[in-house]
Design a protein around this ligand. Sequence first.
Ligand code: FE2
Length: 303
Amino acid sequence: MTKSRSLDELSWQGSTPPLKDIQICIPDDIIRLCSTHFNDVEEVTEKLIESNANHGALQTIKDWVQDSLGRIEKAPGVLCYQTKDSKLPDNQLRILYCTIACAMGALNTRYGALFDVKDHYLDYKKEAIPVSKTKASTGFHTDSTAAEYSPDIVGLLSQLANAADLYNWMNKHYPEGVKILSQPIIRDVITPGTVNSLETIRKNKFPVLNISSAGFRFRYMRYWITTGYEKSNTPVPEGLNQALDRIDEYLSVDEHILTFNMERGDMLFVNNAFICHSRTSFEDSPDTGKKRTLVRAWINKSA
Ligand SMILES: [Fe+2]
């Protein structure tokens, strides 16, 4: 998706982008269009994903989304669609979110078209499960640890940083780190349904920093790199931990981080090739009995 985009086009140019460059209010007619055409997410999935139909309502929404898509393809790499005061019920929000996601590209349905990110009372440090099923802080990362798959756009979350700027910073101050991180690096295998053998983990390797004809891509989650080397009994390459420390050093500077307070009805989409995301740990309220639920979508753009 970032084909032919230079690092300069991806850069935040020295400061985090202002919210006005990121937030877009969804017009009433788009909200109405979704609620008139679809009764639930299953229907959206059936009509838009499974049949891949040339759906009239989708085309109108596609045309509207198209106007803002440039902001995902290059800097700022982040878009937050807002429903503001419309106070839509959960079901309507999901329909709207799913339809906008479909208008952006092909939805990955590996975990279902939409994936609820909420606490399932699990601990990702005790079993190989996605952190999205826990209430833990994630640390900065990009989505997917599978060598053969990485989504282009991720719909979600709250703290963001620009990896193209991280790359430039590292190239300037620690070029030896860029060299190490551009080599294939092992990741743990956590995708449900995959056989988690030593050999599978050893083969699940790809660079953290990569510039190719497809553009720049950053693929990072430190925890799964560490457990990948541990579980597969593979020696950690020389200098790798120091290079990962440099990434963490960059991501610990407040000025490099865009913190986003999401409100109910906000739909945040980030470019998973050069924007990494994180979230702080959270606790569900025992009083209301309501669980904090974010809804994730993985989207792929055609080249
Ligand atoms: Fe994530």
